[in-house]
Design a binder for this molecule. Sequence first.
Ligand SMILES: *Cc1c(COP(=O)(O)O)cnc(C)c1O
Length: 474
Amino acid sequence: MAEFEVNLLRQLPAVATVLATMEAAPLVERHGRAVTTDAIRQVIDEARQVLRVAPVAAPSAADLALRAGELLATRMPGLRPLFNLTGTVLHTNLGRAVFAEAAIEAAVEAMRHAVALEFDLTDGVRGERDDHVRALLCELTGAEDATVVNNNAAAVLLCLNTFALGRDAVVSRGELIEIGGAFRMPDIMARAGARMVEVGTTNRTHAADYRNAMGAHTGLVLKVHTSNYRIQGFTAEVGARELVAITDAAGVPLLNDLGSGSLVDLSAYGLVKEPTVREAVEQGARLVTFSGDKLLGGPQAGFIVGDSTLIEQINRNPMKRALRVDKVRLAAIEATLNLYRDPDRLAERLPTLRFLARDRAAIEAQAHRLLPAVAERLGEIFTVEVGDCLSQVGSGALPLDTLASVALVVRPQGSQQALEHLAASLRALSRPIVGRIADGVLRLDLRCLDEADETPFLEALSELDLGDLIADSP
Ligand SMILES: *Cc1c(COP(=O)(O)O)cnc(C)c1O
């Protein structure tokens, strides 16, 4: 190492010196001593690397403290709020349903205070945690009884394990679904300890296929809503009602896994109809499972509704204890379900339904409102215009049905790389903006941008630093 380098390195302040500066004081106050010290160490290391290759002046202790402050400011929480402008309303990777205000308030209260989770306030004795939502679920679905677990995957797993452990679980080959995130029906069956018995073929399954496969070893028959794909053409499936006649005659429970399921008829909101839970119960399946955070619009949860005797058996399974939900989610579930008791105001109060039912013309008006500010912000290297796009429901619900929507369409004037760079810069904002790149443009679908979020959106955008991009552009 050359003499000058050694001397320069010696001029670098020590960690303790930087920590003692006036500039470091607010950092210690805000982030704590340990975290601030780590950040100071990191910026000193970085300064050392620079001095090794370039004989510049060593930074002062105050400079280093300021750099540590910048470093700490870039460490934003991973789960900070973002703008979902992907056009997918229930985006699994973005946390699916946004909670209703009533659910948020209920969850916050349950977090802050003790609640009667498993305590009967009338008699002062031990209560059941599911009781808070059981009556609501029964009222809204027409089922006799109900229970709640971590998610719908857990609901299916628990039903299989309760009724088909060491026994046969019968399912049509046309319904052996894979949902994103490694939920594959054959694997779930294996882990639940059930022997999978496949019947029929990919495109056609008949009543006789089920009858022939059932016997003394059958623990459960499964009907799975093929939520994220469709089989078209020369097809046949056995409807739930017909299947119930077969399973009831054999004394075997039928589980109808609806996946998303819905508690209301979506066609009333101008959407394509998804089977409702009430219909599935009416069709006679002994057990029906569905998700809390898909079309229902609540927190992640899995619901099992059906016959009391079966639900009791499920609740006695020790696995139920491992899959149960906590007080915070139960409070949010209870509040969400309560909104369904007032269908007239549901679309206004439940964000999922509000987004799905949003009128195209309203989104277009919003796009024109935002266009001038967005165009001004990006105008130097991009053109921004209002354009048609198609939103999706997401989470496997109604996969083939799209919703006419409107987006701010961002087109690069120069290279396609600039567009990728822009998308990355938008993701790096303190409140990230996530759109969708396709066909050489970035679309910001405004379907999920509430009017109240317009100002925060423009504020987030004003943070955008296009400096590098402008330097890069031809
Ligand atoms: C989504 C889905 C599941 C899994 O539900 P999660 O709540 O995501 O665990 C299971 N079955 C079907 C048919 C589904 O659509």
